[in-house]
Design a protein around this ligand. Structure first.
Ligand code: NAD
Length: 481
């Protein structure tokens, strides 16, 4: 044990003090990365920054492990455990990477500039500025889709950013404490303890599952007088939840929810969210108003304005309303000098907009960008050779460099390799759609629970996050939330 601890301590110390980094070099090209989510972080993790001056611009100076966000919302995990500062990755790079906490507001693909503004609450002197790029990686993700349904923004909690999970946690605990306040009427208690989750995609299902666990594992002992009044309702407009999973897994989820007493209302549309109720259009088109204390909005995502504006600059080539169209090498279609790459949820590809896709795209792009640096270096050498007097050796060298350029320009297209989908459905059960099982695997109990946990632990980017998350899980098992 002491030996293991020693090795662990050694690596932790090494990790804390990385070696000297090369400064930015004016002779190198500038690569601007917009975003710090799955795509951008995977790119930064994999890329060699020696060849470029890299600038990362993102409103958050950290990467958020979104699959575990619902666990933060119910207090199983602490917020710090699932975030990884972007500088944690960049400080280990060979050449310095500039990380700027700001929101990109527009891209000028002709002048090759990005305009961005300060997002911090403390306003400095400079609040808006512009940076030039040679290559741009557009990885800004998406934002919550509200479909302009009245009251969503004002009265519902989202489940996209860290603040959303913290907001939901506060709101949920407020509902409990207010329900416990002496003298509350039974109707008011019943309203406050009715939690409505809108959207039967993976996010909505996981939030419902986590809420149920919190209720079963902790609330029953902390608020025994209230626990039997807590109700969870999942509302989905389509005929079933989790349409991306197989029928067998959908049935499994539905029966697990039934046992857990989570009501699923399918073919039901949320039409409005009021302060103390949701207005539902039922399958028979009748409209009912249901009192509730908390509404979690997990009804999908849409493009950000900065993405829509960029697409509008190429009206002929960018016609897909779902997102940016890219070619086989993830370059934005229509950009004359092919200097913009787009990855992740801001793109429209044949793959679902998932973390797994974005992260594979980021890793692929790291290779493409390295290849481009090589090509650009060879092109510069060719230019210099062509400008020197043409002796026989120079001609031979020109030929050889030209061959190398042709080779460097041959880039393998992006290929997504699906490793499976996993969703936690509460009650220590997870569903898994794993390609290597040649079909679907639906299991519950200890095995899946451990599988889900180990899969998430191994995907967490840094050892720091693995330790923090594992520690939180153990803490909850021993002492509760
Ligand atoms: P989603 O788009 O997959 O699901 C949203 C659901 O909300 C849809 O089924 C839609 O029909 C429903 N909806 C929309 N408006 C509604 C309304 N007014 N009333 C009732 N229902 C309404 O969104 P998501 O779950 O956030 O997932 C987004 C993406 O992220 C997906 O690609 C998903 O696969 C991925 N994801 C995967 C996992 C996982 O694999 N564990 C977890 C989270 C997200």
């Amino acid at each position: 044990t002491l030996g293991t601890l020693g090795v662990f301590y050694y690596y932790a110390q090494k990790d804390k003090s990385p070696g000297e980094q090369l400064p930015h070099d004016p002779s190198k090209k500038t690569l601007v990365v917009l975003g710090s989510g799955w795509g951008a972080t995977s790119l930064l993790n994999s890329m060699d920054t020696t060849d470029y001056n890299v600038i990362v611009i993102s409103p958050k100076n950290y990467f958020l492990f979104t699959p575990l966000l619902p666990s933060v919302a119910v207090g199983t995990l602490s917020p710090r455990s699932i975030l990884q500062p972007t500088r944690y990755v960049t400080r280990h790079k060979k050449r310095q990477v500039a990380v700027i906490e700001a929101s990109a507001t527009s891209v000028d693909p002709i002048a090759k500039t990005v305009k961005f503004e300060d997002t911090s609450e403390i306003q400095g002197l400079v609040s808006t500025t512009t940076v030039n790029y040679d290559y741009l990686v557009f990885a800004v993700g998406a934002e919550v889709q509200t479909f302009n349904i009245p009251g969503v923004k004002e009265n519902a909690c989202f489940m996209k950013e860290l603040e959303d999970a913290e907001h939901m946690q506060r709101r949920f605990l407020d509902c409990l404490e207010t329900a416990a306040f002496p003298g509350q009427t039974p109707d008011e208690i019943s309203r406050l303890l009715h939690m409505v989750v809108v959207g039967g995609g993976p996010t909505g299902v996981e939030v419902s599952g986590e809420l149920h666990d919190f209720l079963e594992e902790d609330l029953r002992s902390w608020y025994p007088e209230l626990a039997s009044n807590v109700r969870i309702t999942l509302v989905e407009a389509l005929p079933s939840v989790l349409p991306m999973f197989s029928k067998q897994l959908i049935d499994y989820t539905e029966s697990t929810f039934k046992e857990a007493k989570i009501d699923i209302l399918t073919k039901t549309m949320v039409k409005e969210i009021k302060e103390k109720s949701v207005v539902l259009q039922m399958p028979d088109k009748s409209v009912v108003e249901v009192p509730c204390g908390l509404v979690v909005w997990a009804a999908g995502n849409k493009l950000r304005k900065v993405t829509q504006d960029l697409m509008a600059k190429f009206p002929q080539a960018q016609t897909n309303r779902r997102g940016i169209t890219v070619d086989d090498h993830l370059r934005m279609v229509g950009v004359p000098d092919k200097s913009i790459f787009a990855i992740g949820d801001c793109t429209a590809t044949s793959y679902a907009p998932t973390a797994q896709v974005a992260s594979q795209e980021g890793a692929y792009l790291a290779r493409i960008i390295a290849q481009l640096a090589k090509r650009d270096e060879l092109a510069a050498r060719l230019k210099a050779l062509q400008e020197t007097p043409a002796v026989e050796e120079t001609k031979q060298e020109i030929e050889s460099v030209q061959k190398q350029i042709t080779k460097a320009e041959k880039m393998r297209p992006f290929h997504y390799s699906h490793q499976g989908s996993l969703a936690y459905i509460g009650s220590d059960k997870a569903i898994a759609d794993l390609p290597f099982f040649n079909g679907n695997l639906a299991t519950g109990g200890v095995a899946t629970y451990l599988f889900w946990r180990s899969a998430y632990l191994s995907t967490l980017f840094s050892p720091r996050n693995r330790v923090l998350v594992a520690n939180d899980w153990i803490k909850v098992k021993l002492f509760g939330r």
